[in-house]
Design a protein around this ligand. Structure first.
Ligand code: A2P
Length: 274
């Protein structure tokens, strides 16, 4: 079985399909260690955000890992309070400084703040042209936000990072993204760990001697979704990357699709108050 472990984005950047997410990982030792363990285990994608307040630890982990910078794909995100043209430029500089990096591989607008995200996008385009973000994209954008953005965009978003897991499969939005060559990336891909005892997932896992977490990660990969599970435990970080030696059948993928209840764990991007 061959499986491409990377995906080419619309702008030509190459992103690993599986990475480490660090939402709720504490800055300092926890972030440094998680990032180092991930890089040691073979991960080459680390996904942080200004809002996670751990960019400094992430940057430190990257440097201490000894893995060459150019082999690692680093994503960070613009926080809502910093949206707007000038403030986006400034916030990006501050993120780079905290990460202590010269560039990021992907910079995302974290949430579609009404009345501001288009101005923010103009700044993102400028950052992209400067080469300090190798790719730019968005997060938590619904179809209508993207349609609005695309009216005036000169650079199309390479990625939309959205909440996706077996209980929120987002099939219509994923189809829209595919039709527009925007890669889908999942946040809370394991349903924040709340669905790991689901009997369907556990049962499928038994067949391959895999955990429910590994089954879910494989479901994302086989659906062409970039996936960034979070863990601060070395054994789980390793386990979550050990998913390239088995393949779910069409029937198993469909059984997992059937777990969809359209229930969000996070806010609806049309109704958030932060
Ligand atoms: P921890 O960080 O303590 O390992 P998501 O990526 O959907 O947000 O899920 C993250 C949650 O799932 C965290 O609470 C994390 O806990 C837990 N988790 C991550 N990987 C595993 C795993 N392989 N087995 C069990 N729990 C996991």
């Amino acid at each position: 079985m061959t499986f491409e472990t990377t995906k080419k984005l619309a702008n030509g950047s190459v992103i690993p399909r599986l990475g480490l997410g660090v939402w709720k990982v504490e800055d300092g030792t926890e972030a440094v260690d998680s990032v180092k363990w991930a890089l040691e285990s073979g991960y080459r994608l680390i996904d942080t955000a200004a809002a996670y307040k751990n960019e400094a630890g992430v940057g430190k982990g990257i440097r201490e890992s000894g893995v060459p910078r150019e082999e690692i794909f680093v994503t960070t995100k613009l926080w809502n309070a910093d949206q707007g043209y000038e403030s986006t430029l400034k916030a990006f500089d501050e993120s780079l400084k905290r990460l202590d990096l010269d560039y990021v591989d992907l910079y995302l607008i974290h949430w579609p703040v009404e009345g501001k995200y288009k101005d923010s996008w103009r700044a993102m385009e400028e950052i992209y042209r400067s080469g300090r973000a190798k790719a730019i994209g968005v997060s938590n954008f619904h179809e209508h936000h993207l349609e609005e953005l695309l009216k005036d965009a000169t650079v199309s978003p390479a990625v939309d990072q959205i909440e996706i897991h077996p209980t929120l499969t987002q099939e219509p939005l994923r189809r829209f993204l595919a039709d527009h060559s925007i890669a889908a990336e999942a946040w809370s891909p394991l349903g924040q760990g709340k669905i790991l005892e689901n009997p369907v997932l556990v049962e499928i896992g038994k067949k391959y001697d895999k955990t429910a977490a590994q089954v879910i990660i494989r479901w994302h990969l086989q659906n062409d979704i970039i996936v960034i599970p979070k863990s601060v435990h070395k054994d789980r970080i390793k386990q979550n990357f050990d998913v390239f030696d088995f393949e779910l059948t069409e029937d198993e993928l469909e059984q997992i699709n059937q777990l969809n209840t359209n229930e969000r764990l996070g806010p609806d991007p049309d109704n958030f108050d932060f």
